[in-house]
Design a binder for this molecule. Structure first.
Ligand code: GTR
Length: 340
């Protein structure tokens, strides 16, 4: 990490901790004027960042500026795993992350990350807007986090520096970067490749230097991280549709009055449809720009080859009756939609 971000990071985290210490002296609801500090690994124009900014505007308008959000974008405060830990300690107020780095913290978050669980965007959205989503948001409280809302993250597919992937055999022996999640490691191993967990910020350089052969992500991240420059083969396996999640530190949450807690939840909920609109446009735009840039995208005819290899992964990662119940709920939403 360069000197500037680490200095910045230290300053922000000290401000967060000092703010919290100061607030703990005050009465509930008298949180003072310090904005809520929020982290995101993506750049400032990315839909997740814009959605949290939108939420901040909502809060400012509703409270005459008493509540506000300051976003530290572009991963300047550190990786998702590190900033999540800081958030649960109360050193950061809010954090927008993917569900993957929460997989090792809370087993219920594993479920929407299961490969090939959702049969469509609608299936994913309805599940997360409904009871299954609430169960997951509420499951984070014992980990000192409050789940505020989910954002779309689209479909993740594999990309690499070498060749189009059409069958699992094509990726045998490849080194594939994954997020910090045992589920993702197991998924890659089951496909016959080698999994290398690493933070998003290190992926571009690792592709260029040949430390890894490929990775997996949605169109917008493949574009914004410029991974396509080094890994031009994008194969549409669409194996995971794990959403993004916005969390708040429980200690900060508890210092809000009930009315402010309600405002924060409403602000988060109101940012979801806003984000979805941006997201759909961003996916379409990214795809078009990448095709124009000359990447080699290919459809995968027999996705069942990939799906079949995921059966043991499901078995190993669905271990509690609560998780099983959640899978059933999500699958029945899919059946009602006529998909799953
Ligand atoms: C993106 C996601 C990020 C992060 C990233 C990654 O799609 O928005 O939160 O999880 O993938 O692969 O690290």
């Amino acid at each position: 990490m360069t000197q500037t971000p680490s200095l910045n990071r230290r300053r922000v985290l000290q401000a967060g901790a000092a703010g919290l210490a100061g607030m703990s002296l005050g009465a509930c609801g008298q949180a003072g004027s310090r904005p809520l500090l929020s982290s995101d690994t993506h750049p400032s124009d990315y839909p997740t960042v814009q959605a949290v900014r939108h939420m901040g505007e909502f809060l400012r308008e509703q409270t005459d500026g008493r509540l506000d959000i300051r976003i530290y974008a572009g991963g300047q405060l550190g990786s998702e795993r590190d900033t999540l830990e800081i958030t649960s300690f109360g050193g950061l107020d809010m954090n927008r992350v993917n569900l993957a780095p929460l997989n090792s913290i809370e087993p219920m978050t594993v479920i929407p990350s299961l490969p090939f669980l959702f049969s469509s965007t609608e299936h994913m959205r309805q599940s997360l807007d409904g009871a299954p989503g609430d169960v997951i948001l509420n499951s984070l409280v014992p980990h000192n986090l409050v789940g505020l809302c989910f954002y779309d993250s689209g479909e993740r597919s594999f990309y690499n520096t070498r060749q189009a992937i059409r069958t699992p055999d094509d990726m045998r022996g490849m080194k594939i970067r994954v997020q910090n999640s045992d589920l993702y490691v197991a998924m890659i191993r089951a496909l016959g490749a080698d999994a290398t967990p690493m933070p998003l910020g290190e992926v571009y350089q690792s592709l260029v230097q040949g430390v890894i052969d490929g990775a997996e992500n949605n169109w917008p991240s493949y574009e914004s991280g410029r991974h396509f420059e080094a890994a031009p083969y994008y194969s549409l396996t669409r194996h995971v549709m794990a959403p993004e999640i916005l969390v708040m530190s429980l200690s900060r949450w508890r210092k809000l009055s009930e009315a402010d807690q309600e405002l924060v939840v409403n602000a988060a909920k109101s940012s979801v449809p806003f984000m979805r609109e941006l997201w759909d446009a961003r996916v379409a735009g990214a795809r078009e720009r990448l095709m124009d840039a000359g990447i080699q995208a290919n459809e995968v005819d027999n996705l069942s080859d990939f799906q079949g290899l995921m059966e043991p992964v499901w078995e190993n990662f669905i271990v509690t009756p609560e998780q099983e119940e959640l899978v059933n709920q999500i699958q029945s939403i899919g059946s009602e939609l006529g998909g799953a």
